[in-house]
Design a protein around this ligand. Structure first.
Ligand SMILES: N[C@@H](CCC(=O)N[C@@H](CS)C(=O)NCC(=O)O)C(=O)O
Length: 205
């Protein structure tokens, strides 16, 4: 059976939502980042990078949200969770998810999770980078009401993770980011998302 290693509210939420949306049978293992459980020898044997998510499959472990999302969508094509039958559109799906993992996530991570916390000019610069990247999604990267246009895909659950972090930290001004705010609200209304939030002990924000 598929087994997801996740940390509540962290970026693994995207993979957790993807599994729930897919209807797959899966189990979850909670890794408490605040206790350093991601660095134990047992977990490093699963993901040597010492981060969540990691998805155990019958063929081995997959890491990186972007790869896990593509795997889930491609192994359950009947669920229409990504444009799996169209190489060009699938590349666009992968590109968006790759950008989240390599650009928006690191920018937010630096601002919100640096220890010691950023202060002064360093913090102001980090805020500027985050807002610039959020603006890029607001103005150009959303193809429609959903990331890929008219239909929900697993990219939407992934984007939701960072919209949640942004809203929780007063970075998602509704006047500046109306599309992102509406996208976050609509995504959190989905039944599968609500089930996952409850399972992780979270609430819609
Ligand atoms: N690009 C990776 C990022 C993974 C990542 O950085 N996960 C964070 C949580 S959001 C983590 O486990 N951090 C623990 C640590 O760095 O010790 C992905 O999407 O899977």
């Amino acid at each position: 059976m598929l087994k997801l290693y996740y940390s509540p509210g962290a970026c693994a939420l995207a993979s957790h939502v993807a599994l729930e949306e897919s209807g797959a049978t899966y189990e979850v293992v909670r890794i408490d980042l605040s206790k350093g459980e991601q660095k134990t020898p047992e977990y490093l044997a699963i993901n040597p990078a010492g981060v969540t998510p990691a998805l155990e499959t019958e063929r081995g472990v997959i890491t990186q949200n972007a790869a896990i999302l593509a795997f889930i969508a491609q192994t359950r094509p009947q669920q229409n969770l990504a444009p799996v039958g169209d190489p060009y559109r699938m590349a666009r799906f992968n590109a968006f998810n790759g950008w989240l993992g390599s650009s928006l996530h690191p920018a937010l991570g630096r601002l919100l999770f640096s220890r010691p916390a950023l202060e002064g000019d360093a913090r102001a610069e980090a805020v500027k980078v985050v807002l610039t990247r959020l603006q890029l999604v607001e103005d150009g990267l959303l193809e429609g009401t959903w990331v890929m246009g008219d239909a929900y895909t697993l990219s939407d659950g992934y984007l939701m993770v960072f919209e949640r972090w942004a809203r929780l930290n007063d970075l998602l001004d509704p006047t500046r980011f109306p599309r992102l705010n509406s996208h976050l609200d609509r995504t959190q209304e989905r039944a599968a998302v609500q089930r996952v939030l409850a399972a992780e002990g979270l609430e819609a924000v």
